[in-house]
Design a protein around this ligand. Structure first.
Ligand SMILES: *[C@@H]1O[C@H](CO)[C@@H](O)[C@H](O)[C@H]1NC(C)=O
Length: 210
């Protein structure tokens, strides 16, 4: 490979050193120029990556920049994911006994959600409508949302005072993986209502709330 006229090699040319060997730059001006160019190139890359919504690349570029905050580390994949879930929730899931939607359409972070589960057949929960609150913090889906029942329920994995679904007693939250969705949580909670140790528990009156 040649550079310019005369057939001189690129290796060893000032341009080559500029990007690959910064300590070789002697003047302060060159060093500043080097840093400036380096950051600009990465910023352009970052914009490029975000433009095409290639979420996977963002953490790599952010790490190299070193000063991009925690939120942008996750922001693109997170918002992408929640928009997908929102769309799916609006279409309606399966037989309609499980559903969810966003609480506040104006929240750009899409944090607060309401879920609904209709109690499964042949259990004390049959026909009851349970409302739940799900909160997807900024580290979702790397971390699970916090989940609590709004409607009162007597169930082993639910705190009797607060309605919080306790991760330690609910496997899906305890062993959370980023592929899991709010739909998975609600579906699994519905199954949990029908397991032998939950299906016959004495329940609080219908229509009461935590
Ligand atoms: C939950 O069910 C158990 C067993 O039926 C009962 O002893 C307990 O009082 C119930 N708890 C609440 C808060 O209703």
């Amino acid at each position: 490979m040649t550079f310019g006229s005369g057939g001189s090699s690129v290796v060893g040319s000032p341009l080559f050193d500029f990007f690959n060997d910064p300590p070789a730059l002697t003047s302060a001006f060159c060093l500043i120029a080097y840093r400036f160019c380096y950051l600009s190139i990465l910023c352009v890359l970052l914009g490029y990556v975000q433009f095409f919504d290639l979420g996977l690349w963002v953490p790599v570029v952010s790490l190299r920049l070193g000063h991009i905050d925690y939120l942008s580390f996750y922001a693109v994949p997170r918002n992408f994911r929640l928009l997908e879930e929102l769309e799916r929730g609006e279409k309606g899931i399966g037989d309609g006994t499980v559903s969810y939607g966003m609480d506040d359409g104006d929240d750009i972070y899409m944090r607060s959600w309401t879920g609904t589960i209709i109690g499964p057949h042949n259990t004390v929960h049959e026909g009851r409508i349970y409302q739940l609150k799900l909160f997807c913090d900024k580290d979702y889906p790397e971390k699970p949302p916090s989940v609590r029942f709004h409607s009162r329920i007597n169930m082993t994995c639910v705190n009797h005072e607060t309605g919080v679904v306790e991760p330690k007693k609910f496997g899906l939250l305890a062993n959370w993986q980023r592929e899991y969705t709010m739909e998975d949580i609600l579906t699994q909670l519905k199954k949990e209502m029908a397991v032998p140790h939950n299906r016959k528990l004495v329940q609080p009156p219908e229509g009461t709330y935590f």
